[in-house]
Ligand binder design. Structure first.
Ligand code: NI
Length: 174
């Protein structure tokens, strides 16, 4: 299970819409296992395939209760079919390094998804896990949590990120 490099903002790949999975083969199993490994290593709450450069509608969610556990759930072609209520909480993203801000999300969601064998499953998520799946489905649609905050906050982050990247480049060159 090799760990993959995470695609970070402002890589244009993160704005692309991912495609439906149609082949439930060993390649898909390998992708899910690589994604889980990458998520646990980060560590993160969830990961979408686009974040390791694969434009397929595949999500893994971290279901571990503590850091000694490596439990995850994979959702293939997930669709949020129902939303209920609202919650506002701090959110971050492995593709948006070192930035956390409050984001409004639905409190409860119902999700349809396929498993690794192509069987349809239904899930109900609430609070934290509802936030994670909404965040990951956004990734599949080319959206980041930065698209759900005020343009003022977004622009401040963009400036900061550009500066960070410039400094990293200078360090490498120097
Ligand atoms: Ni993310």
């Amino acid at each position: 299970m090799p760990k993959k490099e995470i695609v970070t903002y402002p890589n244009p790949l993160l704005k692309k819409k991912s495609k439906q999975v149609t082949a439930f083969d060993n390649k898909l199993k390998q992708l899910v296992s690589d994604m889980a490994e990458t998520m646990f290593a980060a560590p993160g709450s969830g990961l979408a395939a686009v974040q390791i450069g694969v434009l397929l509608r595949v999500v893994v969610m971290n279901m571990s209760k503590d850091e000694n556990e490596n439990k995850y759930l994979e959702l293939i072609n997930p669709v949020i079919s129902e939303e209920e209520g609202t919650q506002v909480d701090e959110e971050g993203c492995l593709s948006v390094p070192e930035y956390f801000t409050k984001v409004k999300r639905a409190k409860k969601v119902k999700v349809h998804a396929l498993d690794l064998n192509g069987n349809e499953l239904k899930y109900e998520f609430e609070d934290w896990s509802a936030r994670v799946i909404q965040h990951e489905v956004d990734h599949l649609n080319g959206k980041l949590f930065l698209d759900r905050i005020s343009s003022l906050k977004r622009n401040l982050y963009k400036k900061r990120r550009k500066k960070e990247l410039r400094e990293q480049k200078e360090q490498k060159a120097g």
